[in-house]
Structures are given as structure tokens and as C-alpha cells.
Design a protein around this ligand. Structure first.
Ligand code: NAD
Ligand code: RM4
Length: 256
């Protein structure tokens, strides 16, 4: 019970890494605010997740609002305060990666990616941090960045800067919020099989190449990230702030 009675907000929790993190936090005793895009097609998955969390004996509620909107963070915080009495942990996880070449990148696609992955995160982190400061009992903020914060991708020129931006945001926020006991850390997943890269990894040759780059011999699964997120959210990491944790099966260090 690393997170007993903690109030945790996770964005983009309807599926993938966010969903696995929500379930692990609930297993560790937390109540969870599930952030999702607000689209009707996501709602069945959200309802199923609420039911699974309740079956674990914890509470959950959902807030449907696009991650890129500057006031989505306020809505998430309001829900956490109303339902669970405050915010102890904020996990910024929502993100998109519409693979596309650089030279003919549509302006709209670039702007949508930066807005969803980075601009919305800035305001949501700010909203969560202000609530934590008001409460006066510290807190933990985790940004789901990426191995792509450290290395490039020819079809990800709009995406990798947002992930580097999230890493940098956590480093600067660690300084800005340390005096309030609010820890800020970045989680850097490697290649995890989820909807975000389903099309990209449908290419058998590309998939095999990504596996071959991974010393642990397989791509990641969403639940590979759940433990590290719970760790960074919990007092087990009480002296960890401004850090980044690669969870990539060893992919980053695999030069030769
Ligand atoms: P996913 O596509 O399964 O999950 C993304 C989540 O973000 C979904 O719940 C989706 O509904 C939500 N989302 C997307 N746009 C949104 C919006 N505008 N408003 C609100 N929610 C929105 O993929 P995932 O792999 O679980 O991705 C989660 C995070 O992990 C992303 O930030 C991604 O960049 C990061 N990440 C993933 C990998 C990987 O290999 N899968 C690697 C590194 C980092
Ligand atoms: C990650 C990394 C993975 C890719 C996902 C979408 O940051 O680049 O390889 O599949 O993004």
C-alpha cells in the first residue's frame, strides 16, 4: 500500500500506460481521477476502468476534457478536490505521436502535437502544483516523457521536442516547487506496445528491429511502467526530484 488514501490524477488514463498506472495506483491504495479526451468513443473504456478500480475497493471518477486545453488542469484538480479532498499526485501522461515525415509536416499536425503533449501539460502541472501548495503537505508530479527526449526520430520531429520539453519542465519545476515539498520527475518509456504505435509497429521489419535494439529482448507492455510510476508517486522516492527514469528494457544504452 504505497499510496494508501492518496488522491491521484492521471491524464490519458483511458488506455495504454495511463490505464496501467491508474490500476497500479488503485492497487497501492489510491483514489484516482481519470483524465480522458472527452470523446464518446473513449467513454466505455473509462467506465470499465472505473469499475475495475472500484472492484479493488478504491474510488474513481472521470473528467473528459482535451489535454491541450489550458483549463483542463483546473477541471482535473476541481474533481480531485470535490471527490477525494485534494491532490497528492499528478501524472501527466496524455500524448499523441502521429508519425509523419518532416519536410511536408502539416502545420496543424505540428501545432496539435505540441499543444496536446506540452502546452496542456504546462498548465495542468501548474494547476496541480498550486493545489498542492495550498494543501501544504507536498506532493508528487510525474511527466510521462520518453526515451525520445534523449534521441531523435525521423518521423517524430514534431513529437520528440515535446518529450524533451516535458523532461525540461520537470527539471525546472523540481527547483520551483522543491520549497513546497513537491517532487517533480520524468518517466522515460522506451518502446511500449500501445495504440500510439500500433500502425508503426505493424511493419514486421520495424518491429523486429526495435526488439533487436532492446537488451531485455522484448518490447515493453503498459504494466512495465506501472511500478515505476507508483514508485515515483510514493514516499519510497521521497528524496527523488528533478530526476528522469528510463524504463526501456535497456534500449537507450544499446550502442554495440
Ligand atoms: P495510448 O495511445 O494508448 O494512450 C494515450 C492516451 O492519451 C490515451 O488515453 C488517449 O486517449 C489520451 N489522449 C490523446 N490525446 C488526448 C487529448 N487531446 N486529450 C486527452 N487525452 C488524450 O499510448 P501510450 O503509449 O499509453 O501513451 C501514453 C504516454 O506515453 C504518451 O504521452 C506517450 O508519448 C508516452 N510514451 C509512449 C511510448 C510508447 O512506446 N508507447 C514511449 C514513450 C512515451
Ligand atoms: C516513444 C518512442 C517509441 C514510439 C513511441 C510512439 O517515445 O519513440 O519508439 O513507438 O514514442
Amino acid at each position: 500500500m504505497l499510496l494508501n488514501d492518496k488522491s491521484v490524477i492521471i491524464t490519458g488514463a483511458s488506455r495504454g500506460i495511463g490505464r496501467a498506472a491508474a490500476l497500479e495506483c488503485a492497487r497501492q491504495g489510491a483514489n484516482v481521477v481519470i483524465g480522458y479526451s472527452g470523446s464518446a468513443s473513449s467513454r466505455p473504456a473509462v467506465d470499465e476502468l472505473i469499475a475495475e478500480i472500484e472492484a479493488l475497493g478504491r474510488r474513481a471518477c472521470a473528467v473528459g476534457a482535451p489535454a491541450g486545453d489550458a483549463d483542463t488542469g483546473d477541471k482535473l484538480v476541481e474533481a480531485a478536490v470535490e471527490h477525494f479532498g485534494g491532490v497528492d499526485v499528478f501524472v501527466n501522461n496524455a500524448g499523441i505521436c502521429p508519425f509523419h515525415a518532416f519536410l511536408d509536416m502539416p502545420k496543424e499536425l505540428y501545432l496539435e502535437t505540441v499543444n496536446t503533449n506540452l502546452n496542456g501539460a504546462f498548465f495542468a502541472v501548474q494547476a496541480a502544483a498550486n493545489q498542492m501548495k495550498r494543501q501544504g503537505r507536498g506532493g508528487a508530479i510525474i511527466a510521462v516523457s520518453s526515451i525520445s527526449a534523449l534521441v531523435g526520430g525521423g518521423m517524430q520531429t514534431h513529437y520528440t521536442p515535446t518529450k524533451a520539453g516535458l523532461l525540461s519542465l520537470m527539471q525546472s519545476c523540481a527547483i520551483a516547487l522543491g520549497p513546497y515539498g513537491i517532487r517533480c520527475n520524468a518517466l522515460l518509456p522506451g518502446t511500449i506496445e500501445t495504440d500510439i504505435n500500433k500502425d508503426d509497429l505493424a511493419d514486421a521489419e520495424k518491429r523486429e528491429y526495435m526488439v533487436s535494439r532492446t537488451p531485455l529482448g522484448r518490447l515493453g507492455r503498459p504494466d512495465d511502467l506501472a511500478g515505476p510510476i507508483a514508485f515515483l508517486a510514493s514516499d519510497m522516492s521521497q528524496y527523488v526530484t528533478g530526476a528522469s527514469l528510463l524504463v526501456d528494457g535497456g534500449m537507450f544504452v544499446n550502442l554495440q
